[in-house]
Design a protein around this ligand. Structure first.
Ligand code: MN
Length: 347
């Protein structure tokens, strides 16, 4: 079933499978009671996609982000208590980590070779996976506070935060932790996420409206909205907040170059990416499908153009729901987008 795994396992790479060699040696000599050969002493190449404890691209696990010493820090938020529709985004972080296993490297400091660009991205970068924020099930405000605290901890140690969700409600507590003034928020999504909601609500249909009220958020650009799930309420709220809306239909009609030109420059940028901005055929593992979404290549080009607009201070990828995608492609696509965007940021 899983072609991805088979592809790598068929690559004849010398020394990549010391355990296989060891097994053969055991079969040949083990019966006679020979001691294990020197091959058994060789360190694991680290490239086995099916072995090992899961962290993002097998980055070192740094519990609670303590003593990070990293350039890039991954923080999981397994939280879906903000969703109106399909639950299951609480399994998003582990699915993105699983999907990232295909991009493991012998040594992360070597970076990742990009065939399309014929160069190594993220060379020399130090990685950490902080694991998941501690969740207080059914006490969402407590969990939200820990999200803010976790991101603050990463920033205080001068690492770049990448938060993997989780439903879209988590973007608000993340933004609370980023006190960079004059922040521009770039929001990729099928939905505006500017609904009014009940007072005190922290749901995933309103994070952009709540983010707009934060004192440091000065500008919001919303990209990829489409379909019939948006309504006049959300649209009017977005208009009164003064967000710049670039619909999926406009992107298709006017092109990527035009779209990139619509994004203003800013000294500080935060990117929030709901995977439902892509077409459901690309990312079926999400809660709210809307036909007519972006293709991977379109989104990838838009994302990797953002560093030309200013300094990105962090980003999140949300709404991955593996319960709707047994193929695992949504988690892997999310992992790939994370690597490509990081590659563009730290070029
Ligand atoms: Mn959203």
């Amino acid at each position: 079933m899983d072609i991805r795994r088979g592809r790598r396992d068929n690559v004849p790479a010398g020394g990549r499978f010391p355990t296989l060699g060891f097994a053969i040696l055991l079969a040949a000599g083990g019966i006679a009671g020979n001691p294990p050969s020197a091959l058994a002493q060789e360190p694991d190449s680290g490239l086995t996609t099916f072995a090992g404890v899961r962290t993002f691209v097998a980055a070192p696990y740094v519990p609670r982000c303590e003593n990070l010493q990293a350039d890039i820090a991954i923080l999981g938020v397994p939280f879906d208590e903000g969703t109106w529709g399909w639950p299951g985004e609480r399994y998003g972080p582990r699915d993105i980590r699983e999907g990232s296993q295909d991009y493991k490297q012998h040594d992360l400091k070597d970076g990742f070779y990009s065939l399309d660009r014929d160069l190594y991205i993220l060379k020399g970068k130090r990685w950490a996976d902080c694991g998941d924020v501690e969740i207080s099930p059914t006490v969402p405000l407590a969990t939200n506070d820990r999200v803010t605290e976790g991101v603050r901890r990463i920033l205080a140690q001068h690492a770049f935060p990448v938060v993997i969700g989780g439903d879209h409600s988590i973007t608000f507590p993340i933004l609370r932790a980023i006190d960079t003034p004059g922040l521009m928020l770039i929001h990729f999504d099928a939905h505006l996420d500017t609904w009014t909601s009940a007072p005190g609500n922290i749901d995933h249909s309103s994070p952009i409206r709540r983010a707009a009220a934060l004192p440091n958020v000065k500008k919001i650009v919303q990209i990829g909205m489409r379909g019939l799930a948006n309504d006049m309420e959300a649209t009017q709220n977005a208009r009164s907040l003064g967000t710049r809306i670039i619909t999926a239909e406009a992107i298709r009609r006017k092109g990527l170059e035009w779209t990139i030109a619509q994004i203003p420059k800013s000294d500080a940028i935060y990117v929030t990416l709901d995977v439902d901005v892509m077409d459901p055929s690309v990312t079926p593992g999400t809660g709210t499908y809307e036909p007519g979404g972006l293709r991977f290549e379109e989104l990838d080009e838009l994302l990797t153009s953002i560093p030309s607009k200013g300094r990105i201070v962090g980003f999140d990828v949300v709404e991955v729901n593996p319960l709707r995608d047994p193929s695992g492609r949504t988690g892997q696509t999310a992992a790939r987008l994370i690597l490509d965007l990081l590659g563009a940021i730290f070029h």
